[in-house]
Every structure is written in structure tokens, then in C-alpha cells.
Design a protein around this ligand. Structure first.
Ligand SMILES: Cc1ncc(COP(=O)(O)O)c(C=O)c1O
Length: 608
């Protein structure tokens, strides 16, 4: 939960507010406001805020766009808050991040309709009273509903005496609070005692769950909160701890074999006769895929939090294999939950997990695939969370997993950045990755998000066709929901149950998607597409024959997209494909798909 202290008009008030290290301070430039700040004072306050690493917000209300732009040329703020009836078009013409104030309508449907007009335009919404000065606080029943869908700050009559009951009623999904008159002695003059009281009231109840826009969060039974909080605390400390980082880097390098190579695919490039193609070969990691990156990070955290047992769920078996591997290395007991159907199609990985000493538990409920394995793992964790760490296998799940696994996987993008600069003296034009839960994709993309010229494409499983149940393309047929502890897009049936999915690759055959990717989809920073099973097999074949590399069937989805895209691009454009894993594990599926009769005969002979 973030805090914005608004309506600061003097240097003294700014100092009072900044003393509490708020996330934002608001400066009002509305001529009729009693809290209007002068440009000169605003410039001084902005300099103070910068030193304090507090973001600044300039607030305007129904002013001429030219007038606003003129002021923005003089003062450099981080955000502009549009507090009146500015149109969506008006908002898009503001040259920095924006916050749109939405005044509650009489009904929730009317408020939602109003918000929908601004979809994807402002960075977040600020909910305020229907009319200035009308009523005391806003209709909290509406707010409780809105926070599930939108990135929302709450304003309007907040003060030290009412804030606790407001937080109880709106639950933990508010993005932030905006306080102004409730902590003043007179308009624009903030009071130290009132602010102290306000902050002391919100701090204990401050849920600090991470959201990506409206997605993410933490929707779990009460009994899991202590384990998640313990993990989050340990992770945040580890993030800043050079000793932890040193240990992790050492493991990456001396155990997993990092850095993985970035290979120029000269033959494939020639064949496609377009953009230059590079392959980031995560398949050369120990255990054959990127999954080891977050397993090593998490096992170090399990050590810090004193957990002696680890559990995991797995689909393709790659995450289970990586988890069983690190458990063996660190001497931890290990249980892996895996759907019965996945066990059947990924038998080699099950064999290896068992040889590593892990217990592989077949999950026989539901569709007997990944989602059912996740449910079984959560059940285990609910009973054993004081002794057990749950190694979640992608950048998803309840907070802190999406952020934590993203950070562990970001080593992929960080290495690509260095490697491509060395090879090409510039950044790539396009990054492509397959998307199951999203860990290899966000790991490659995240370090490039601020490089606006770098385009990013996530490739989902197009499976056998576009009909429900034939694929796992969440952005084609998915709807927003809360499942398995987090909020994101999920493929759902009409009555909101998790829908069956299909993909030739077990690792992409999942109904949900990591929350950060959901947000980056909505904000259009990342484009998403899909590849069918047939395209994937053709891509596998082409990469094998041109580059001598077997991609995992998951990674072959990304190759399939590059095959479609590269010929349309100029030869000086650069594409990097994340080869998230190697294809050895898919031997049985591939032999069947390529109708390799001699392989079948070989199996028959082996059985004899
Ligand atoms: C090789 C490989 N790539 C990709 C994935 C998909 O997972 P994610 O989207 O989290 O990278 C998997 C999942 O098992 C995998 O094994």
C-alpha cells in the first residue's frame, strides 16, 4: 500500500510530509484551490522530494491543455493527476505518467462505465467523493468491488480517526491512500502530529502485497500468510545482501553453467532471409532448462528460513527435475506433485526425479495435469508450512512469488543485454519467448522493459485449434479471475471453473499466466501471439536441421513465431529467441509426432 500526501503548498509543509517518506506528494495547480502552490515554491519542493526519493504529482482540474503543458515545461514532476472531467483524449496528451480522478457515481455499474472509458490510459485511478465536499467519505462498498479490477488510490475525507475502519472495509487490495485535509491545521499546511497519528494507524494494517496493475496480490487461506510473510522478508533482505547475491552467482556459474551462450543462428538467418536471429540457449543449463534459475534462488531462501523439506508441482517435469536436483544438492527432503497424465507423457523426467531421491506423487484428481498438481502442493503446504518451503515453478502464485521468481530469472535478460552489446554493439529489436506461467519470458523481458525501442513478443500454446479446450492461449480466450492465490487471466468455463487446456508441450499447458505479464499485456508493452502444435513441430525440425539444436517443445513455440516474423523484417534487425530448454525430454512425444516407426519397434523390443 502506498501513501500520497496531497495539497502541499509551503516548504515547511513539504518538509513535514517528507519526514514520513511518503511514496508521492501532490502539488495543486488549480487556480481556485486554497491549496494552490506557486511555481517557484513547487520547484523547490520538487527538488526536496527528489532527494527524498518521493515521487511528485502535479494536480490539475479541467484546465486548458495548453496551460497545463506550459506549467509542465517549467516543473519536472513524475505524475500528473487530472482531477476534473478531462476526457480520455485529453489524458493521452499529457507527456508523463498520469493519475485520473474518478468521482463515484450513484451505482457501481455507472462508476465502472466511467472508468472503462479510460481503460489503459492512466497509470492508476484515484477514487474520490461524488462531488467535492459532498458527504464525508466515499461509498466503500463500491470501492471494495473496484479494487479487484483496477489499480486504485483512495481519497476523500481520510483522517487519523476513520482510516482504520476504512481499511477494514475496503480489504487489502487498495493500491494506495491519498490524504490531504485530514492531516492539516489549515488548507495546505500539514500537521506533524496528525500525520504521525495517521501513519501509525495505517502501518500495522498495511498489507504490502505486490500488485502489477490490478493483477497479482495474495489470495490465500489465513494460515499461509505467516509463511509467505517470512519468505517475503527473507527475500527482500537477500535482495540487498551481497553475501546472498555472491552465493547465488557462484551457484549459477559453477553448478548450473551460467552464463548460457547467446548464439548467432547463421544458418537459420540465411534460410529465413530477413532479420538476424540470435538464440539464448537456456537449454544448456544444468537440468536442461531455465527452471534451475529460480530453484537455486528459492533453495537458498529455504535455507535462510530454516526449512528442511521442499515441495513443488510440475507439468513438463522440468521444474520438478530442477527442484529435485537442488534438493539433492542441498540435502533436503523433496516431494514433487505431478498430474497423472503429465507423468505418463514425461516419464523420463519422473525417472530422473526419483533417482535424485525425490518422491513423485501422482495427482489423480481433476484433469490430472498441472493445475491439479498445484492444488495438491498447496494442500501439502497448508499442513506443513512451518517445516516446508514450496518451490513455485513460474513467475506466478501469491505474493512474493511472481516478483521473486522474476528477479531470479532476470539473469537471462541481464546476460543477453551484455552479450548482444558485445556481439552487435546495440540492443536487439525484438525479443521472443514462449509463455507458460511466464518465468522464462519475464526473465528475458524484464531487464529490457525500460528500453522502449525493444519490442517483446510472448508466444502462447495455440495447441490443436482455437476452440475452447484445444489450446492454452489465455489472451485469446481467458478472463480475469483469482485462482491459486493470485489474480490474472485464466482460461475458464462459463461458470468460472478452470477450463481444460491442451498443448503438445506439457510446460505451456496451463490455464493461468503470471500477473506481471497480464499487466504488460494490458498496457501493450508486450505483444502476445500463439503457435499451433503443427507449427511447433515444424519449428523444432527446422532449428535442429539448420543449427544442430533441439529446442524443448515449449521453446519451439518461440522459434515458430520467429520463423513467421523474420522474413518480413529488414536484414539489419535483430531478433533474440529464448530457447528456454532443450528438447531431449520430449523424445517420446517427438518420436510419436514424427511417426518414427523404428523408434516404436525399439521400444517394443525393450519391453520384450
Ligand atoms: C523448457 C520449458 N520452457 C518453458 C516452460 C514454461 O514455463 P514458463 O512460462 O514459466 O517459462 C517450461 C515449463 O515447464 C519448460 O519446461
Amino acid at each position: 500500500m502506498q501513501l500520497k500526501i496531497c495539497g502541499i503548498k509551503t516548504i515547511a509543509s513539504a518538509k513535514t510530509a517528507l519526514h514520513f517518506k511518503p511514496d508521492f506528494i501532490g502539488l495543486i495547480f488549480v487556480p481556485s484551490s486554497p491549496r494552490k502552490v506557486t511555481i517557484k515554491t513547487a520547484q523547490k519542493i520538487i527538488a526536496l522530494a527528489k532527494k527524498n526519493q518521493t515521487k511528485t504529482v502535479a494536480v490539475f482540474q479541467d484546465q486548458l491543455l495548453d496551460e497545463v503543458l506550459k506549467i509542465l515545461k517549467i516543473i519536472q514532476v513524475d505524475y500528473v493527476q487530472l482531477h476534473g472531467n478531462e476526457s480520455p483524449r485529453y489524458c493521452t496528451q499529457i507527456p508523463c505518467k498520469t493519475i485520473k480522478t474518478i468521482r463515484l457515481e450513484n451505482t457501481l455499474a455507472a462508476t465502472k462505465k466511467n472508468i472503462a472509458k479510460y481503460k489503459n490510459i492512466p497509470n492508476f485511478f484515484l477514487i474520490d467523493r461524488p462531488k467535492q465536499g459532498q458527504g464525508k467519505i466515499v461509498d466503500l462498498r463500491q470501492v471494495k468491488d473496484l479494487v479487484l479490477d483496477y489499480h486504485i488510490f483512495l481519497a476523500g475525507g481520510l483522517n487519523p480517526d476513520n482510516i482504520q475502519s476504512i481499511l477494514k472495509k475496503t480489504d487489502q487490495n487498495l493500491k494506495g491512500l491519498d490524504v490531504s485535509s485530514g492531516v492539516e491545521t489549515k488548507p495546505g499546511i500539514k500537521n506533524m502530529t496528525k500525520l504521525k497519528k495517521f501513519i501509525s494507524k495505517i502501518k500495522p494494517s498495511l498489507p504490502t502485497t505486490k500488485h502489477f496493475g490490478p493483477y497479482g496480490g495474495r489470495y490465500v487461506p489465513e494460515m499461509l500468510i505467516p509463511a509467505l510473510e517470512q519468505l517475503k522478508k527473507a527475500y527482500y533482505q537477500a535482495k540487498k545482501d551481497p553475501e546472498f547475491q555472491k552465493k547465488l552467482t557462484e551457484l549459477y556459474q559453477t553448478y548450473s553453467g551460467r552464463p548460457t551462450p547467446l548464439t548467432f543462428a547463421a544458418n537459420l538467418t540465411k534460410k529465413l532471409n530477413g532479420a538476424k536471429i540470435y538464440l539464448k540457449n537456456e537449454g544448456l543449463n544444468h537440468t536442461g532448462a531455465h527452471k534451475i534459475n529460480h530453484c537455486l534462488g528459492q533453495v537458498l531462501l529455504a535455507q535462510i528460513t530454516g526449512k528442511k523439506r521442499i515441495i513443488a508441482e510440475t507439468g513438463a517435469g522440468q521444474h520438478g527435475l530442477a527442484t529435485a536436483t537442488v534438493a539433492a544438492k542441498f540435502g533436503l527432503k523433496c516431494t514433487i506433485y505431478m498430474g497423472e497424465i503429465d507423468i505418463a507423457r514425461q516419464r523420463p523426467n519422473v525417472f530422473y526425479m526419483e533417482r535424485l531421491g525425490a518422491e513423485v506423487v501422482p495427482v489423480k484428481t481433476g484433469a490430472k495435469t498441472l493445475k491439479d498438481a498445484v492444488n495438491a502442493a498447496i494442500k501439502d503446504w497448508m499442513t506443513n508450512s512451518d517445516t516446508t518451503h514450496y518451490v513455485i515453478g513460474s513467475a506466478l502464485g501469491p505474493d512474493p512469488y511472481p516478483e521473486m521468481n522474476r528477479d531470479f530469472q532476470s539473469i537471462i535478460g541481464q546476460e543477453v543485454k551484455k552479450q548482444i552489446k558485445k556481439a552487435e554493439k546495440k540492443l536487439p529489436d525484438i525479443l521472443i519467448a514462449c509463455v507458460g506461467g511466464g518465468s522464462n519470458a519475464i526473465g528475458l523481458f524484464h531487464p529490457f522493459l525500460k528500453n522502449q525501442k525493444v519490442q517483446m513478443i510472448g508466444v502462447e500454446a495455440g495447441g490443436a485449434g482455437r476452440k475452447p479446450g484445444q489450446n492454452a492461449a489465455r489472451f485469446q480466450g481467458g478472463k480475469v479471475g483469482v485462482v491459486e492465490g493470485y489474480k490474472s487471466y485464466f482460461l475458464q468455463t462459463k461458470d468460472g471453473q478452470i477450463a481444460p487446456t491442451h498443448s503438445i508441450s506439457a510446460g505451456l499447458d496451463y490455464a493461468g499466466i503470471g500477473p506481471e505479464l497480464a499487466y504488460l499485456h494490458d498496457t501493450k508493452r508486450i505483444a502476445f501471439t500463439s503457435a499451433t502444435d503443427q507449427e511447433v513441430l515444424a519449428a523444432f525440425d527446422l532449428l535442429a536441421k539448420t543449427e544442430g539444436i533441439f529446442p524443448a517443445l515449449e521453446s519451439a513455440h518461440a522459434v515458430a513465431e520467429a520463423i513467421k516474423l523474420a522474413p518480413k523484417l529488414a536484414k539489419n534487425k535483430i531478433i533474440v529467441i529464448n530457447i528456454s530448454g532443450r528438447g531431449d525430454k520430449d523424445l517420446f512425444i517427438l518420436a510419436k509426432a514424427f511417426q518414427d516407426k523404428s523408434f516404436k519397434d525399439f521400444l517394443k523390443n525393450e519391453i520384450k
